[in-house]
Design a protein around this ligand. Structure first.
Ligand code: B12
Ligand code: SF4
Length: 476
C-alpha cells in the first residue's frame, strides 16, 4: 500500500515537518479489511524512500491531485511487472478515466464498502476494473491497522477520523464531488469512536474530520464520553458551529486545544458567491474571542483570489487575523479542483489557465482571477504568509491575550511552527520527530484559561517550548 509523495513535498518550498505530521490513515483503514494472514506493507513517500523492487500480488495506491503523476509512474512500473494495481482517492474520483489508464481497478469515493467487495472479487480471480461507492456507513468497520504505521516517523501518529464528509456545500471544496452517489456526511457509532480513541496510546489526538462538530448530537455524546480520558486534541470545525451555544464548551471540557476554522474571506460577496452561507453574517471577531475564552487556539484558513478580491485583500486579511490574536493561519490561492462546481464554472467561463495538476497545490495560480492579475495574486499570497509570521506580527497578535499563559502559548505555538525549521529538519532526518510530541503536548496543555472537565484533572500549565502543530491545511 503506497502513499506517493505530493509534488510540493519534494519541491524547493518543501517543509518536511508539514509532511511528517500524520500517517496515511486512509490506507491503514483499508488494510483493516485484509485477512490476518495477508502480508502487507504500508509505505509513505513523504517520510521514507519507497522500496519499489518487489513483486506483490497487489499494489494499492492513494492518489491526490499533486501526487497523480508520481502515482501513475509507480502504477505503470508495477503493471509492467504484471502486478495488479488498485487506485483510489480524491483525484481518482475526480478524474476516473485518466486514472483508469494506469490501474487495473479504480475506486470512486470512500472505500469502506467497495474495498471489501473488491478483495472478495480479487481472491476469486475476478476483480472488476471500476468500483463506485454508493453504500455509506461506518457501522461495523474493523479497527484501523495502526500496527502498520511507523509511529516514530510522525509528529502526530494518533490521527483519527470518526466521521466522513461534511454537511456543507462550498463550491471550491472536494466534498460534493467525492461523495457523489450516496450520503455526504455520516459518523461512526459513538461507542466505536470512543473505543478507537481508547486504543490510541499517549495523550494527544488529532481528529482529521472535515467538521468534527458537524452533527451536534454525535459531537455532544462523543465529548461526554471523552471526559475523564485526559486527552489533548485538535480538530476542524466551522464558524457557525463554533458559535453554537454549549457545544464548544463541551469540546473544551473534553480536551480540545486547537481548532481549524475555515473563515476563507472577510467579504460577504465572496461567501455568497462561493456558496458558503454558513459563514454569512457571522461576527468573526466573536468567533475568535469565544474560542480563546475557552482556552482553545485558532488555526484560521483563508482563500485568496475569490471573485470579489482586489489588491488590498492580502493586507486587510493579515491585519484582521493579527489584530484578532489568531495563533496560526493557513492561506491558500483559490484552486479549482476538477470535479468541483468551481471548476465547472471557471471552465465554462474559459478561466482555467492550465490542467498541469502539478501546479494545483493552492500555492500557484491556475485560473484567471477577476479583480487581480495572476502575478498580484501570487505575490500577495506569499506576502501574506511573510507578514503574518513576522516576529513583529506574532508578538502583536500574542499581545491580544490578557493572560500570560495564553500569551506564552501563542508565541511557542506560532513561533515553533514557522521559526524553527532547522530544528524540525534535524529531528526528521534523525527519524526522531515523534520525540517532539511531548513538547507539543506541553504547549497545547499550557493555557491559563481552560476550564477543566467534570472528571478531568486540571492540566497543569507548563512552560511552553518552541514547538507547535497547526492543523493539516497549513500551506507553506
Ligand atoms: C491528512 C491530510 C493531508 C495530508 C495527506 C497525507 C497523509 N498522511 O494522509 C497532507 C498534510 C500532506 C495534506 C496536504 C494537503 N491537503 Co489535505 N487533508 C488531509 C485530511 C485532513 C485527512 C485525510 C485522511 O486521512 N482522511 C481520512 C481517511 C480515512 O480518508 P481518505 O484518506 O480520504 O481515504 C479514504 C478514501 O479516499 C478512499 N481511498 C483512498 N485511497 C484509496 C485507494 C483505494 C485502492 C481504495 C479502494 C480507496 C481509497 O478510501 C479511504 C477510506 O474510506 C483531509 C480531510 C479529510 N477529512 O479527509 C484533507 C484534504 C484531503 N486536504 C485538502 C487540502 C486542500 C490539502 C492541501 C492542498 C493543503 C495545502 N494548501 O497545502 C495539501 C495538498 C493536497 C493535494 N495536493 O491534493 C483537502 C482536499 C484537497 C483536494 N485535492 O481536493 C481535504 C479534503 C481537506 C478539505 N476538506 O479541504 N493533507
Ligand atoms: S465547510 Fe469545509 S469541508 Fe465543509 S464543504 Fe465547506 S470547505 Fe468543504
Amino acid at each position: 500500500m503506497i502513499l506517493p509523495a505530493l509534488i510540493e513535498a519534494t519541491g524547493p518550498g518543501w517543509r518536511p515537518i508539514k509532511y511528517s505530521l500524520v500517517p496515511p490513515l486512509g490506507l491503514a483503514t483499508l488494510a483493516s479489511h485484509l485477512d490476518p494472514d495477508d502480508e502487507v506493507v504500508l509505505q509513505d513517500e513523504h517520510v521514507e524512500t519507497l522500496d519499489l523492487g518487489d513483486e506483490p500480488d497487489l499494489v494499492v495506491i492513494q492518489v491526490y491531485i499533486t501526487s497523480a503523476r508520481r502515482s501513475y509512474q509507480i502504477a505503470d512500473l508495477y503493471r509492467h511487472r504484471g502486478v495488479h494495481v488498485a487506485m483510489g482517492g480524491l483525484h481518482v474520483t475526480s478524474l476516473p478515466d485518466e486514472a483508469a489508464r494506469h490501474a487495473d481497478s479504480i475506486f470512486l469515493g470512500p472505500g469502506e464498502a467497495t474495498w471489501p467487495e473488491f478483495l472478495a472479487d480479487f481472491r476469486a480471480g475476478n476483480p472488476k476494473p471500476r468500483y463506485e461507492s454508493s453504500v455509506r456507513t461506518l457501522v461495523g468497520i474493523p479497527p484501523v491497522r495502526r500496527d502498520l504505521i511507523k509511529r516514530n516517523l510522525y509528529l502526530c501518529p494518533n490521527s483519527i477520523v470518526v466521521s466522513r464528509g461534511c454537511p456543507h456545500h462550498c463550491d471550491f471544496c472536494y466534498k460534493d464531488a467525492f461523495y457523489t452517489g450516496g450520503q455526504g456526511f455520516y459518523t461512526q457509532a459513538v461507542d466505536d469512536a470512543l473505543a478507537e480513541i481508547e486504543r490510541l496510546p499517549g495523550r494527544h489526538v488529532y481528529f482529521l474530520d472535515d467538521h468534527l462538530l458537524g452533527k451536534p448530537s454525535f459531537a455532544r455524546e462523543l465529548f461526554a464520553g471523552m471526559g475523564g480520558m485526559g486527552r489533548l486534541w485538535q480538530a476542524a470545525s466551522t464558524v457557525d458551529a463554533v458559535l453554537r451555544p454549549g457545544l464548544l464548551e463541551e469540546a473544551a471540557a473534553a480536551g480540545m486545544r486547537s481548532v481549524f476554522i475555515g473563515f476563507e474571506t472577510l467579504s460577504a460577496d465572496n461567501l455568497a458567491g462561493h456558496h458558503k452561507p454558513q459563514n454569512l453574517s457571522r461576527d468573526y471577531g466573536e468567533v475568535v474571542k469565544r474560542v480563546h475564552d475557552l482556552g482553545i487556539m485558532v488555526n484560521a484558513s483563508f482563500v485568496f483570489g475569490l471573485d470579489h478580491d482586489d489588491a488590498g485583500v492580502f493586507d486587510r486579511t493579515v491585519e484582521w487575523a493579527v489584530s484578532a490574536g489568531i495563533e496560526t493561519a493557513t492561506f491558500h490561492i483559490l484552486t479549482p479542483y476538477p470535479g468541483t462546481r468551481l471548476h465547472t464554472r471557471l471552465q465554462a467561463d474559459r478561466r482555467i489557465l492550465t490542467d498541469d495538476w502539478d501546479r494545483y497545490t493552492t500555492r500557484d495560480v491556475v485560473y484567471q482571477p477577476r479583480g487581480l492579475t495572476p502575478g498580484q495574486l501570487l505575490g500577495g499570497y506569499r506576502g501574506a504568509y511573510r507578514d503574518f509570521y513576522r516576529w513583529g506580527s506574532i508578538l502583536r497578535s500574542a499581545g491580544s491575550h490578557d493572560n500570560r499563559g495564553d500569551w506564552l502559548r501563542h508565541l511557542a505555538y506560532a513561533g515553533g511552527w514557522k521559526k524553527f525549521e532547522w530544528l524540525w529538519d534535524r529531528v526528521i532526518s534523525a527519524r526522531q520527530v515523534n520525540r517532539a510530541l511531548p513538547l507539543l503536548e506541553a504547549v497545547l496543555g499550557g493555557s491559563g484559561t481552560h476550564p477543566p472537565g467534570k472528571d478531568q484533572d486540571p492540566i497543569a500549565p507548563e512552560p511552553p517550548r518552541p514547538t507547535d502543530l497547526p492543523i493539516y491545511r497549513q500551506a507553506a
